[in-house]
Each structure stands twice: as structure tokens, then as C-alpha cells.
Design a protein around this ligand. Structure first.
Ligand SMILES: Nc1ncnc2c1ncn2[C@@H]1O[C@H](COP(=O)(O)OP(=O)(O)O)[C@@H](O)[C@H]1O
Ligand SMILES: [Mg+2]
Length: 362
């Protein structure tokens, strides 16, 4: 039994508030590891830390697991003012903060939704997918990062007013079980805003770090169309973020969508797949499918990217209406569009390829 063993065991214990390991945070001191005892002192950020009992219990449990009959001794202490300031300075490095909230190792799966050009239904797909995931019992957060056309508040039925704050952090409004933050909450009505790269980056940083998100299962990010600064910022701030590409079957849309996918490759983001929107129209009179924007475009992109088609969403009047009235079509999974989104949501949680695989093996 060495000090290193103790440190390794305690590395798994997280400060619930800071969402980081207590070892990594420098909160573990005075390690003892001898024939009779195994223990350490944990220095909390404040003496009156409301989570002290939880941290102590988890630390004791972690040491119990390696104790092999030795006595487990966990003592609690508090940081000095200087120590606390040093830690705060380190944590205020936003990149570190957001990575610990949403990056590799966190329980949140971050998925950015991208498209080559505007108007293909990116926001429609984002809101409906968010609602479908929430309906299946997942905790879902949604960031509207489309600063050029923030339509998420309208589509989710949320008022375009700045949300309330608590302790300097935003409380994200919730609709249909989804927590939402949008640039639309902060922009004066219909006024064009000229965004420059650094401002954009800063806004996204705040959406990630200065919002009381809790720890959602999914964080969906509606990106602006194309391959601009925001996609890069997100790739930088959340290295583990995945991407979904939305396209219509049309050639032109398909070509630009490939650019978005290439971008994802360059920034080492994993493309989960392609959603084909406005894939076909079901004639209400004769029930036959009409391929208004052509056929096979999205499948072709998925193939070119070594990715896959996650689903096809028909062109559907109720879906457009749902977007305009703040009641996403996916709220009703018995409709064809609702069912299509429910399928994509399930696919994200447990990819059917892998499901088939396990069935075959077992
Ligand atoms: N599958 C669909 N069926 C009918 N209308 C749709 C569909 N997808 C999107 N729309 C409509 O098309 C318009 C553009 O969609 P939107 O999601 O805002 O695109 P983007 O975010 O890519 O600019 C919206 O009015 C939306 O309601
Ligand atoms: Mg949009």
C-alpha cells in the first residue's frame, strides 16, 4: 500500500459542485498508508461546505475498497483564503470549466447539429429531437447557437426575454422537458447584430459555463448554418462533442452539407450521422410518397462521409405549424414525423448496429 494507491483510489471521488476529482483539484493532503491505516485529509473549499458529508462518505467508500482490513481515516479540513483564491483562478479558466461540465468524462453527451446552408430544417430537427429525447426520459439541454437566426424560442414556445439569474448564472427556461438557452433571449427585437469571431466565442462560452444546466444526459447545440467560428469554438471547448448533419435531398444542400461534415472531421468531431429532412411528401389524398426535393441525396452524403443515415423526416404541414406555434411535432409520437424522431432518439441512445451485434453474439 503506497500513497499513490490512496491517491488513485480517491481520484474517482468528485467534488459534486465543481464536477471535478478531489485529487485533481488539489484537495487531498496528508495521505497515510501503512500496515494499520489508510487515510487522508480532504481540504474543502469552505469549512461549512454543505456537501461535506457526501464527500467524506464517498472518500471513505473509495478507501474501504482498497483497505484490505486497514482502518480507514478520512479527515476534513478547509482551504485557506489564499488556497481558495488560487483554485478559483484556476477554475475560472473557462475552457477547463466547460470541458469538465460537458467534455470527455462527463455524463453529458454533447451533440452539435449542423447543416451546410440555412433553411434545411436544422432548428426543426434540433427541437424535435430534443423533445423526443426528453419524452423518452432523458434530461435534455438545448443551446441555440444560431446567432444569425435564433428561432429556437419560437419553436419551443418560449418568450424571447432574458431569463432570470441566480448567483450570476442564468436559469435556463424549460419547455416540453427541455432546458433552453438562446441568443434570441438577448437580442433586441428584429435588430440585426453584427457578430465578430471573438464575441461569438465569448457568447458560446457563457452559454456553456454560465448557465445552471445541472448535468443533462444530452446537450444539443443548434449551430448556425455553414462552417464558421461557432463550430470551431465548440470543437475547442467540448472536445468530445459529436455532430449530426441535417440536409434536404437536394443536390445543392447535399454538397454544402459535405463541407460541414469535413469541418467536423478536421476538428476531430465524430459525425454520428445524417438526418434527411423534407425527404418526401405523403399525399393526403392518395397516400403515395412524392419526392419533391429529389431522392437519395442524404444517403449519398452519409456514404461519402463513411457515416450513416439516422433517419428521414417527411415534409409535413403539421411540422411547420408546430414550429410556428411552439409545439414541436415530436410531442406526438403517433404521427409519422413524431415516430421518425422517436426512432432517431432511440438510435442515439442505442445504435441499432450495435444492438444487432449484441443479439448475434448472445
Ligand atoms: N419536415 C418539415 N416539414 C415541413 N416544414 C418544415 C420541415 N422542416 C422544416 N420545416 C419548415 O421550414 C422552415 C425552415 O426550417 P428551420 O428548421 O428553421 O431551418 P434552419 O434552422 O435550417 O434554417 C421552417 O418554417 C420550418 O417550420
Ligand atoms: Mg435555424
Amino acid at each position: 500500500m503506497t500513497e499513490e494507491d490512496v491517491r488513485r483510489a480517491l481520484a474517482a471521488v468528485k467534488d459534486p459542485e465543481l464536477q471535478k476529482g478531489i485529487v485533481e483539484l488539489g484537495m487531498v493532503r496528508n495521505i497515510v498508508a501503512d500496515a494499520e491505516r489508510v487515510g487522508a485529509t480532504i481540504v474543502l473549499t469552505t469549512a461549512g461546505c454543505p456537501l461535506r458529508n457526501q464527500i467524506r462518505a464517498e472518500a471513505e467508500q473509495a478507501l474501504e475498497a482498497i483497505a484490505e482490513g486497514r482502518r480507514v481515516e478520512v479527515r476534513l479540513d478547509a482551504m485557506s483564503c489564499d488556497e481558495r483564491d488560487a483554485l478559483a483562478a484556476r477554475l475560472s479558466d473557462r475552457q477547463e470549466l466547460t470541458q469538465s461540465l460537458f467534455g470527455p468524462g462527463s455524463k453529458t453527451r454533447t451533440i452539435a447539429i449542423a447543416s451546410g446552408k440555412g433553411g434545411v430544417g436544422k432548428s426543426t430537427v434540433t427541437t424535435n429531437l430534443a423533445v423526443a429525447l426528453a419524452a423518452q426520459g432523458h434530461a435534455v439541454a438545448l443551446i441555440d447557437a444560431d446567432v444569425y437566426g435564433p428561432t429556437i424560442p419560437l419553436m419551443m414556445g418560449l418568450a424571447a426575454v432574458p431569463p432570470e439569474m441566480h448567483d450570476g448564472k442564468l436559469i435556463p427556461p424549460e419547455a416540453h422537458g427541455v432546458k433552453v438557452v438562446s441568443m434570441g433571449f438577448f437580442l433586441p427585437d428584429n435588430e440585426p447584430v453584427i457578430w465578430r469571431g471573438p464575441m461569438l466565442g465569448r457568447a458560446i462560452e457563457q452559454f456553456l459555463g454560465d448557465v445552471l444546466w445541472g448535468s443533462p444526459d444530452f446537450l444539443l447545440i443548434d449551430l448556425p448554418p455553414g462552417t464558421g467560428d461557432i463550430a470551431l469554438t465548440i470543437a475547442q471547448m467540448i472536445p468530445g462533442a459529436d455532430m449530426i448533419i441535417v440536409t434536404t435531398p437536394q443536390e445543392a444542400a447535399a454538397r454544402t452539407a459535405i463541407k460541414a461534415a469535413k469541418m467536423a472531421r478536421m476538428t476531430k468531431q465524430h459525425v454520428l450521422g445524417v438526418v434527411e429532412n423534407m425527404a418526401y411528401y405523403v399525399c393526403p389524398d392518395c397516400d403515395s410518397r412524392h419526392y419533391i426535393f429529389g431522392r437519395g441525396g442524404a444517403f449519398e452524403i452519409a456514404r461519402l462521409m463513411d457515416s450513416r443515415l439516422l433517419g428521414r423526416i417527411p415534409l409535413d404541414e403539421a411540422t411547420r405549424q408546430g414550429g410556428d406555434t411552439g409545439l414541436p411535432a415530436a410531442l406526438d409520437p403517433s404521427t409519422p414525423v413524431g415516430a421518425a424522431f422517436a426512432d432517431i432518439a432511440r438510435e442515439l441512445v442505442a445504435p441499432s448496429g450495435e444492438r444487432d451485434h449484441t443479439t448475434k453474439r448472445s
